[in-house]
Design a protein. Structure first.
Length: 162
């Protein structure tokens, strides 16, 4: 907390007015990161949007803007291994993200852009997994192509007849 105080230039009383302890601050950081992630993907919140390609482009744009960094939320996964509150918070935030993606898949399905037989919850999970894995590979290779390809391939599988 002393490092946070030094970096932020705030006093202890001000910090502890908003946060009870280090864990409370960490939970707030996770929620802030989630808000940033969702803010960069407006297609997920746009109830009129049924275009998975638009969402893909939003993800790629945000990834490029980050300098091909890691996921702003996923980067915390290993750090929450020994803290059940932080772990539960990450589980809840990733579930909300997955549900938002599934909602977009459902809208795309209703518009005929996704096969009727596709389970939207499974598709939401698969697209989030493609995003996370693609982000790691893009970061590793310092090239957005692995993320672009992972998302394009996953989206293609939802619309093609098996």
């Amino acid at each position: 907390m002393d490092e946070v105080l030094a970096e932020s230039g705030t006093g202890k009383s001000q910090l502890y007015h908003y946060f009870d302890d280090r864990q409370d601050l960490a939970v707030a950081v996770l929620h802030h990161q989630f808000d940033l992630v969702m803010g960069a993907q407006p297609a997920l919140r746009d109830v009129a949007c049924d275009d998975l390609g638009r969402w893909r482009e939003e993800v790629l744009r945000a990834h490029r803007a980050s300098g091909l960094g890691t996921c702003p939320l996923g980067v915390f996964v290993g750090q929450a291994d020994h803290d059940p509150v932080l772990g539960a918070t990450l589980i809840e935030l990733f579930a909300r993200w997955q549900d938002a993606i599934a909602g977009l898949v459902a809208r795309a399905q209703q518009a005929g852009r996704v096969r009727a037989a596709v389970d939207v919850d499974s598709a939401g999970r698969a697209l989030l997994a493609a995003l996370q894995g693609g982000t790691i590979l893009a970061h590793l290779h310092r090239d957005p192509e692995p993320l672009a390809r992972a998302l394009a391939d996953a989206i293609k599988l939802l619309s093609e007849t098996p």
